[in-house]
Design a protein around this ligand. Structure first.
Ligand code: SF4
Length: 350
Protein backbone atom coordinates (compact mmCIF):
# COMPACT_ATOMS: atom_id res chain seq x y z
CA UNK A 1 0.00 0.00 0.00
CA UNK A 2 2.77 2.50 0.85
CA UNK A 3 4.16 2.14 -2.67
CA UNK A 4 0.87 3.58 -3.92
CA UNK A 5 0.77 6.35 -1.27
CA UNK A 6 4.34 7.52 -1.90
CA UNK A 7 5.70 6.20 -5.22
CA UNK A 8 8.58 8.73 -4.87
CA UNK A 9 9.82 6.72 -1.88
CA UNK A 10 11.13 3.99 -4.19
CA UNK A 11 13.80 6.22 -5.66
CA UNK A 12 16.49 5.75 -3.04
CA UNK A 13 19.03 3.64 -4.85
CA UNK A 14 20.84 4.08 -8.14
CA UNK A 15 22.70 6.92 -9.67
CA UNK A 16 21.03 10.00 -8.27
CA UNK A 17 22.59 12.52 -5.87
CA UNK A 18 20.27 11.79 -2.94
CA UNK A 19 20.89 8.05 -3.17
CA UNK A 20 24.65 8.63 -3.30
CA UNK A 21 24.61 10.82 -0.20
CA UNK A 22 22.43 8.39 1.72
CA UNK A 23 24.12 5.22 0.49
CA UNK A 24 25.08 3.85 3.91
CA UNK A 25 21.58 4.43 5.23
CA UNK A 26 20.14 2.71 2.14
CA UNK A 27 22.36 -0.34 2.57
CA UNK A 28 21.22 -0.78 6.17
CA UNK A 29 17.64 -0.22 5.15
CA UNK A 30 18.01 -2.92 2.47
CA UNK A 31 19.71 -5.21 5.01
CA UNK A 32 22.98 -5.45 3.10
CA UNK A 33 24.87 -3.74 5.92
CA UNK A 34 24.59 -3.79 9.70
CA UNK A 35 23.38 -0.65 11.44
CA UNK A 36 25.81 1.18 13.69
CA UNK A 37 23.84 0.25 16.79
CA UNK A 38 24.01 -3.43 15.85
CA UNK A 39 27.76 -3.22 15.31
CA UNK A 40 28.16 -1.30 18.59
CA UNK A 41 26.39 -4.19 20.33
CA UNK A 42 28.98 -6.64 19.07
CA UNK A 43 32.19 -4.81 19.86
CA UNK A 44 33.75 -5.87 23.13
CA UNK A 45 35.15 -3.11 25.34
CA UNK A 46 37.06 -3.06 28.59
CA UNK A 47 34.64 -2.22 31.39
CA UNK A 48 37.46 -1.53 33.84
CA UNK A 49 38.98 1.29 31.81
CA UNK A 50 38.01 4.93 32.41
CA UNK A 51 34.68 5.20 30.55
CA UNK A 52 35.45 8.22 28.42
CA UNK A 53 39.00 7.11 27.62
CA UNK A 54 37.71 3.75 26.42
CA UNK A 55 34.88 5.42 24.50
CA UNK A 56 37.26 7.78 22.68
CA UNK A 57 39.51 4.84 21.75
CA UNK A 58 36.69 2.75 20.34
CA UNK A 59 35.00 5.72 18.67
CA UNK A 60 38.12 6.43 16.64
CA UNK A 61 38.54 2.79 15.59
CA UNK A 62 34.82 2.43 14.89
CA UNK A 63 34.77 5.37 12.52
CA UNK A 64 37.93 4.26 10.74
CA UNK A 65 36.55 0.77 10.21
CA UNK A 66 32.75 0.92 9.97
CA UNK A 67 32.74 1.19 6.19
CA UNK A 68 35.02 -1.79 5.71
CA UNK A 69 33.80 -3.80 8.61
CA UNK A 70 33.62 -7.58 8.40
CA UNK A 71 32.28 -9.00 11.62
CA UNK A 72 33.51 -12.51 12.13
CA UNK A 73 32.15 -12.95 15.63
CA UNK A 74 28.49 -12.00 15.71
CA UNK A 75 28.02 -12.99 19.35
CA UNK A 76 27.15 -10.25 21.79
CA UNK A 77 30.06 -9.82 24.22
CA UNK A 78 29.68 -9.50 28.00
CA UNK A 79 30.21 -5.76 27.80
CA UNK A 80 29.82 -4.00 24.47
CA UNK A 81 30.49 -0.57 23.04
CA UNK A 82 26.73 0.05 23.25
CA UNK A 83 26.73 -1.05 26.91
CA UNK A 84 29.50 1.49 27.49
CA UNK A 85 27.43 4.22 25.84
CA UNK A 86 24.54 3.31 28.14
CA UNK A 87 26.77 3.41 31.21
CA UNK A 88 28.10 6.86 30.25
CA UNK A 89 24.58 8.08 29.58
CA UNK A 90 23.33 6.78 32.94
CA UNK A 91 26.03 8.84 34.58
CA UNK A 92 25.04 11.99 32.66
CA UNK A 93 21.38 11.29 33.54
CA UNK A 94 22.30 11.77 37.20
CA UNK A 95 23.63 15.26 36.46
CA UNK A 96 21.85 15.99 33.23
CA UNK A 97 23.55 17.78 30.37
CA UNK A 98 22.14 15.79 27.48
CA UNK A 99 21.42 19.12 25.87
CA UNK A 100 23.00 22.56 26.13
CA UNK A 101 20.37 23.71 28.61
CA UNK A 102 22.78 22.00 31.02
CA UNK A 103 20.35 21.70 33.92
CA UNK A 104 22.80 19.55 35.93
CA UNK A 105 20.03 17.88 37.91
CA UNK A 106 19.60 14.23 38.81
CA UNK A 107 16.86 13.09 36.46
CA UNK A 108 16.09 10.10 38.71
CA UNK A 109 14.61 12.47 41.28
CA UNK A 110 14.25 15.84 39.60
CA UNK A 111 13.22 17.49 36.35
CA UNK A 112 15.01 20.12 34.30
CA UNK A 113 13.78 22.62 31.72
CA UNK A 114 12.33 19.83 29.56
CA UNK A 115 10.14 18.59 32.44
CA UNK A 116 10.85 15.02 31.44
CA UNK A 117 11.56 12.30 33.95
CA UNK A 118 10.40 8.95 32.53
CA UNK A 119 9.92 9.16 28.76
CA UNK A 120 6.33 9.26 27.59
CA UNK A 121 5.40 8.13 24.11
CA UNK A 122 2.79 10.38 22.50
CA UNK A 123 2.44 8.10 19.47
CA UNK A 124 4.28 5.59 17.31
CA UNK A 125 3.23 4.65 13.81
CA UNK A 126 4.35 4.07 10.24
CA UNK A 127 4.75 7.66 9.04
CA UNK A 128 4.07 8.23 5.35
CA UNK A 129 4.67 11.98 5.43
CA UNK A 130 8.43 12.00 6.06
CA UNK A 131 11.04 12.58 3.33
CA UNK A 132 10.82 10.14 0.39
CA UNK A 133 13.96 8.13 1.31
CA UNK A 134 12.53 7.49 4.77
CA UNK A 135 8.98 6.30 4.23
CA UNK A 136 7.47 4.24 5.60
CA UNK A 137 9.24 5.48 8.71
CA UNK A 138 8.49 3.97 12.09
CA UNK A 139 8.25 7.28 13.92
CA UNK A 140 8.25 7.42 17.69
CA UNK A 141 7.00 10.73 19.07
CA UNK A 142 8.12 11.55 22.60
CA UNK A 143 6.12 14.01 24.65
CA UNK A 144 8.01 17.06 25.93
CA UNK A 145 10.85 19.15 24.55
CA UNK A 146 13.91 21.12 25.60
CA UNK A 147 12.80 24.02 23.34
CA UNK A 148 9.90 26.39 23.90
CA UNK A 149 9.15 27.51 20.34
CA UNK A 150 6.23 29.89 20.45
CA UNK A 151 5.07 28.64 17.05
CA UNK A 152 5.70 24.92 17.63
CA UNK A 153 3.92 22.93 14.93
CA UNK A 154 3.66 19.96 17.34
CA UNK A 155 2.94 22.03 20.45
CA UNK A 156 0.18 19.75 21.73
CA UNK A 157 2.73 17.03 22.50
CA UNK A 158 5.98 19.01 22.75
CA UNK A 159 4.85 21.43 25.43
CA UNK A 160 3.24 18.79 27.70
CA UNK A 161 5.74 16.21 28.82
CA UNK A 162 2.92 14.08 30.24
CA UNK A 163 0.93 13.81 27.04
CA UNK A 164 1.85 10.22 26.33
CA UNK A 165 2.21 6.82 27.89
CA UNK A 166 5.14 4.99 29.36
CA UNK A 167 6.23 1.99 27.33
CA UNK A 168 9.06 0.10 28.92
CA UNK A 169 12.17 -0.47 26.82
CA UNK A 170 11.71 -4.21 26.23
CA UNK A 171 8.20 -3.71 24.91
CA UNK A 172 9.24 -0.79 22.70
CA UNK A 173 12.08 -2.90 21.25
CA UNK A 174 9.52 -5.56 20.31
CA UNK A 175 7.29 -2.95 18.68
CA UNK A 176 10.27 -1.67 16.66
CA UNK A 177 11.09 -5.21 15.53
CA UNK A 178 7.49 -5.84 14.60
CA UNK A 179 7.28 -2.63 12.58
CA UNK A 180 10.49 -3.60 10.78
CA UNK A 181 8.93 -6.93 9.80
CA UNK A 182 5.90 -4.98 8.57
CA UNK A 183 8.15 -2.96 6.24
CA UNK A 184 9.47 0.07 8.13
CA UNK A 185 12.58 1.48 6.54
CA UNK A 186 13.93 2.94 9.76
CA UNK A 187 13.12 3.76 13.35
CA UNK A 188 12.79 7.52 13.68
CA UNK A 189 13.09 9.07 17.16
CA UNK A 190 11.46 12.49 17.42
CA UNK A 191 9.24 14.57 19.71
CA UNK A 192 9.25 17.21 21.00
CA UNK A 193 12.83 16.19 20.85
CA UNK A 194 14.58 12.86 21.37
CA UNK A 195 17.52 14.35 23.31
CA UNK A 196 16.00 14.22 26.83
CA UNK A 197 15.15 10.57 26.10
CA UNK A 198 18.63 9.53 25.03
CA UNK A 199 19.07 6.91 27.75
CA UNK A 200 15.73 5.25 26.96
CA UNK A 201 16.57 5.18 23.24
CA UNK A 202 19.96 3.52 23.80
CA UNK A 203 18.50 0.92 26.15
CA UNK A 204 15.65 0.19 23.75
CA UNK A 205 17.91 -0.33 20.76
CA UNK A 206 20.15 -2.57 22.85
CA UNK A 207 17.15 -4.89 23.15
CA UNK A 208 15.97 -4.69 19.54
CA UNK A 209 16.84 -7.76 17.48
CA UNK A 210 16.20 -6.50 13.94
CA UNK A 211 18.76 -4.70 11.79
CA UNK A 212 17.28 -1.26 11.14
CA UNK A 213 18.66 2.24 10.47
CA UNK A 214 18.29 4.53 13.48
CA UNK A 215 17.19 8.09 12.65
CA UNK A 216 17.84 11.00 15.04
CA UNK A 217 15.14 13.59 14.27
CA UNK A 218 16.08 16.56 16.41
CA UNK A 219 16.53 20.29 16.97
CA UNK A 220 20.27 19.54 17.35
CA UNK A 221 20.77 21.27 20.67
CA UNK A 222 22.63 18.27 22.10
CA UNK A 223 25.71 18.71 24.29
CA UNK A 224 29.05 17.72 22.83
CA UNK A 225 29.17 14.61 25.03
CA UNK A 226 25.70 13.56 23.88
CA UNK A 227 26.94 13.94 20.28
CA UNK A 228 29.83 11.60 21.08
CA UNK A 229 27.43 9.04 22.52
CA UNK A 230 25.33 9.24 19.34
CA UNK A 231 28.42 8.73 17.18
CA UNK A 232 28.54 5.01 16.36
CA UNK A 233 24.85 4.62 17.18
CA UNK A 234 22.89 6.86 14.79
CA UNK A 235 22.75 6.01 11.09
CA UNK A 236 20.91 9.03 9.76
CA UNK A 237 20.76 12.47 11.34
CA UNK A 238 17.57 14.32 10.43
CA UNK A 239 18.15 17.79 11.77
CA UNK A 240 15.77 20.69 12.13
CA UNK A 241 18.00 23.71 11.44
CA UNK A 242 15.79 26.62 12.43
CA UNK A 243 17.68 29.87 12.86
CA UNK A 244 20.54 31.91 11.52
CA UNK A 245 23.17 33.73 13.63
CA UNK A 246 20.74 36.36 14.90
CA UNK A 247 18.67 36.70 18.07
CA UNK A 248 15.78 34.73 16.51
CA UNK A 249 16.51 31.53 18.46
CA UNK A 250 16.42 33.36 21.77
CA UNK A 251 13.28 35.30 20.93
CA UNK A 252 11.26 32.50 19.33
CA UNK A 253 12.51 29.34 21.06
CA UNK A 254 14.00 30.66 24.29
CA UNK A 255 17.44 29.13 23.72
CA UNK A 256 20.83 30.78 23.97
CA UNK A 257 23.99 30.36 21.89
CA UNK A 258 21.93 28.49 19.28
CA UNK A 259 24.09 29.16 16.24
CA UNK A 260 27.38 28.03 17.80
CA UNK A 261 25.88 24.88 19.28
CA UNK A 262 23.85 23.78 16.31
CA UNK A 263 26.59 24.45 13.74
CA UNK A 264 29.09 22.51 15.89
CA UNK A 265 26.67 19.58 16.07
CA UNK A 266 26.02 19.58 12.34
CA UNK A 267 29.76 19.34 11.71
CA UNK A 268 30.03 16.43 14.16
CA UNK A 269 27.01 14.66 12.68
CA UNK A 270 28.27 14.98 9.13
CA UNK A 271 31.37 13.00 10.19
CA UNK A 272 29.33 10.38 12.01
CA UNK A 273 26.57 9.32 9.62
CA UNK A 274 24.29 10.19 6.73
CA UNK A 275 22.29 13.36 7.02
CA UNK A 276 19.21 15.22 5.82
CA UNK A 277 18.86 18.81 7.01
CA UNK A 278 15.36 20.22 7.32
CA UNK A 279 14.62 23.90 7.33
CA UNK A 280 11.14 25.23 7.96
CA UNK A 281 10.72 28.60 6.27
CA UNK A 282 9.32 31.09 8.78
CA UNK A 283 7.49 34.18 7.53
CA UNK A 284 9.82 37.21 7.40
CA UNK A 285 12.89 35.09 8.23
CA UNK A 286 14.36 34.32 4.83
CA UNK A 287 17.15 36.92 5.07
CA UNK A 288 18.05 36.43 8.74
CA UNK A 289 17.60 32.65 8.91
CA UNK A 290 16.99 30.69 5.69
CA UNK A 291 19.77 32.16 3.57
CA UNK A 292 22.51 32.26 6.26
CA UNK A 293 21.73 28.65 7.19
CA UNK A 294 21.92 27.42 3.60
CA UNK A 295 25.06 29.43 2.95
CA UNK A 296 26.69 27.96 6.06
CA UNK A 297 25.72 24.42 5.06
CA UNK A 298 27.37 24.79 1.70
CA UNK A 299 30.53 26.38 3.12
CA UNK A 300 30.96 23.94 6.01
CA UNK A 301 29.31 20.65 5.09
CA UNK A 302 29.76 20.79 1.33
CA UNK A 303 27.34 21.24 -1.50
CA UNK A 304 26.55 17.53 -1.55
CA UNK A 305 24.36 17.93 1.49
CA UNK A 306 20.73 16.92 1.28
CA UNK A 307 18.31 19.60 2.43
CA UNK A 308 14.57 19.71 2.72
CA UNK A 309 13.18 23.24 2.59
CA UNK A 310 9.75 22.99 4.16
CA UNK A 311 6.91 25.35 3.41
CA UNK A 312 4.20 24.05 5.70
CA UNK A 313 4.54 26.60 8.51
CA UNK A 314 1.25 27.53 10.15
CA UNK A 315 0.89 30.25 12.83
CA UNK A 316 -0.16 27.99 15.71
CA UNK A 317 0.33 27.82 19.49
CA UNK A 318 1.53 31.28 20.63
CA UNK A 319 2.57 32.56 17.20
CA UNK A 320 -0.09 35.26 17.35
CA UNK A 321 1.94 36.95 20.12
CA UNK A 322 4.72 37.75 17.69
CA UNK A 323 3.67 39.86 14.73
CA UNK A 324 6.37 38.75 12.29
CA UNK A 325 5.38 35.08 12.49
CA UNK A 326 1.64 35.50 13.10
CA UNK A 327 0.97 34.70 9.48
CA UNK A 328 1.69 32.10 6.80
CA UNK A 329 4.89 32.57 4.78
CA UNK A 330 4.32 34.04 1.33
CA UNK A 331 4.69 31.45 -1.43
CA UNK A 332 7.40 33.75 -2.84
CA UNK A 333 9.40 33.39 0.40
CA UNK A 334 9.30 29.61 0.20
CA UNK A 335 10.26 29.69 -3.45
CA UNK A 336 13.08 32.10 -2.72
CA UNK A 337 14.54 29.76 -0.07
CA UNK A 338 14.26 26.71 -2.32
CA UNK A 339 15.79 28.55 -5.27
CA UNK A 340 18.59 29.84 -3.07
CA UNK A 341 19.42 26.28 -1.92
CA UNK A 342 19.41 25.01 -5.49
CA UNK A 343 21.29 28.06 -6.74
CA UNK A 344 24.25 27.41 -4.44
CA UNK A 345 24.29 23.75 -5.43
CA UNK A 346 22.80 21.98 -2.41
CA UNK A 347 20.82 18.79 -3.01
CA UNK A 348 17.24 19.83 -2.44
CA UNK A 349 14.54 17.22 -1.89
CA UNK A 350 11.93 19.69 -3.19
S1 SF4 B 1 17.65 17.05 28.61
FE1 SF4 B 1 18.33 19.18 28.55
S2 SF4 B 1 16.56 20.34 29.31
FE2 SF4 B 1 16.22 18.21 29.93
S3 SF4 B 1 17.07 18.05 31.99
FE3 SF4 B 1 18.69 17.43 30.56
S4 SF4 B 1 19.89 19.29 30.18
FE4 SF4 B 1 17.90 19.91 31.06
Amino acid sequence: MWRIDRPDSLNITGNNPVAKELSTYSEIMLNTRLSRSKVARMIEVDKNEDMWVEHENIMKKFNENYNKLVLTNLKKPDFSYLDLKIKITEKIFENCYFCERRCYINRNVDMGVCNISRPKIASEFMHMGEEAPLVPSHTIFFAGCNFECIYCQNWDISQSANRGMEIEERKMAKIIDLRRKEGSRNVNFVGGDPTPNLLYILKTMNLSKENIPVVWNSNFYMSEDAMKVLDGFIDLYLSDFKYGPSDCAQRLSGVSDYWNIVTRNHKMAKEAGDMIIRHLVLPNHVECCSKPILKWIKANLGKNTVVNIMGQYRPVYKAAECKEIATHPDPEEIEEAINYAKGIGLISLI
